[in-house]
Write a protein that binds this ligand. Structure first.
Ligand code: NAI
Ligand SMILES: O=C(O)C(=O)[C@H](O)COP(=O)(O)O
Length: 389
């Protein structure tokens, strides 16, 4: 029996573990940090982005030999400390990239409804993706579906010879939509901490749309607040916050879309994370568990495959497309939930814990289209299906 300690709020994991009671002895922890008594027993620890794993936590977990985070980001884990102890460590790259792309699409669709047109202060319909990895690629595809010319800024990839990306920071700052998709890093040539600082913010078009669904500290929060006080027309969508679960209330009042770090929270993204960790755990501990059976347990939890939206024979206008996308995932609803809460750290965590089941935009099917629009829709659909590099 392996002694597993896991975040109680990891969608799909309990069902997977329940299928194999003979292999696992499971303890669940609530909230952000396990107790010392729980850590003392654990051989394998399964976490989400809210649990900080550092030397102090590891010192309480003498039996630990395996750590998995069901997230793309790994900035909450001290990888060096794990290496020193010889603890195996896994994350789930790309697992919720489609969901993050959908979040970006939903923000743009909501802007179409609010402005009556796409954000386009430069008149060139140009979007900049910062970080051309999995989430950046999914977001770029969604922006292309709206007709944006998308350019990806990614100096590390550029240095490695990737000719599809650039390293011209000024081009990023002059775009109509700027969307952040980098890991949070604090050291090295390409550190991303406060990448969007006061100087960068001051150079954006007043009517530009800035989106951050990466990590809060990629944008300097105080500088953003000061910029919004000067240019309130700047439209900002923040899914992540520099000091979350503590929110900057003054800043929240000035951003157009404020959500509780849920950009990646589609059911497929969340359940996929649990499945990938389980598959790795089963391999590393050499357990006799059928991996295909694990996958089929997960498939049963995914939402229905197709959501139909009738355009009722009308032209596929920008507004119709935006309405159809919002019918699957509407960021304005998540924004209302956060603003309607008491904005405390507990409320922030509770919103994430009780997040409703969310399908992905790839499951949308438009019906009753005329033949010209059918072609346009098929192109859009391809963009909506991109779920990583
Ligand atoms: N809000 C949410 O729910 C979610 C947030 N995230 C965050 O998004 C981050 C990115 O995720 P992925 O795209 O899947 O990661 P990825 O590793 O696939 O791509 C990151 C890209 O950023 C580039 N990069 C690194 N430093 C850079 C810099 N200084 N300037 C420009 N580009 C730089 C890398 O070369 C890489 O291409 C994650 O590390 C995580 O923190 C991820 C999933 C969900
Ligand atoms: O994958 C990541 O990185 C994220 O930020 C997640 O979407 C956040 O997921 P949870 O930590 O809330 O499971």
């Amino acid at each position: 029996m392996i002694s597993i300690l896991a975040d109680a709020n990891m969608t799909g994991l309990a069902e997977l573990l329940d299928c194999y009671p003979e292999h696992f002895e499971v303890q669940w922890y609530q909230g952000r940090t396990p107790t010392a008594a729980q850590l003392a027993q654990a051989e394998a620890l399964l976490i989400r982005s809210v649990t900080q794993v550092d030397s102090a936590l590891l010192a309480q977990a003498p039996r630990l030999r395996w750590l998995g985070t069901a997230t793309i980001g790994t900035d909450h884990v001290a990888a060096d400390a794990l290496r020193e102890r010889g603890i195996l460590f896994y994350s789930t790259p790309g697992v919720n990239a489609g969901a993050v792309g959908d979040y970006v699409a939903s923000v743009v669709a909501a802007e179409v409804m609010r402005r009556g047109e796409l954000p386009n202060p430069s008149g060139q319909l140009r979007a900049a993706i910062i970080g051309a990895g999995n989430t950046g690629t999914a977001a770029a595809a969604r922006l292309r579906a709206f007709g944006y010319q998308v350019e990806c800024y990614d100096p590390p990839r550029y240095q490695q010879g990737d000719s599809t990306v650039h390293r011209d920071w000024q081009r990023v700052l002059s775009a109509d939509v700027i969307s952040c998709h980098v890991p949070l890093t604090r050291a090295g040539t390409h550190a991303t901490h406060h990448l969007i600082d006061a100087e960068a913010l001051s150079q954006l078009h007043a009517n530009a749309l800035l989106i951050n669904a990466s990590r809060g500290s990629v944008v300097a929060e105080q500088a953003l607040l000061e910029q919004l006080q000067k240019t309130p027309e700047l439209t900002v969508a923040l899914d992540v916050w520099e000091y979350e679960p503590q929110l900057n209330r003054e800043l929240l009042a000035l951003v157009q879309y404020a959500t509780a770090h849920i950009a990646g929270h589609s059911v497929a993204g969340k359940v996929g994370g649990a499945l990938r960790l389980m598959q790795q755990l089963v391999r590393d501990f050499k357990l006799e568990v059928e991996l295909p059976e694990l996958a089929s347990q997960v498939a049963q939890r995914l939402p229905q495959a197709v959501y139909q939206y009738s355009v009722k024979g009308e032209k596929l206008s920008l507004q119709t497309l935006a309405s159809a996308l919002l019918s699957i995932y509407d960021v304005r609803y998540d924004d209302k939930l956060l603003r309607g809460s008491d904005l405390s750290p507990q409320a922030f965590d509770q919103l994430r814990k009780s997040y409703p089941a969310r399908a992905e935009l790839a499951s949308l099917e438009l019906i009753d289209l005329n033949s010209t629009d059918l072609q346009r829709w098929q192109q859009v659909q391809q963009f909506l299906q991109v779920a990583g590099r």
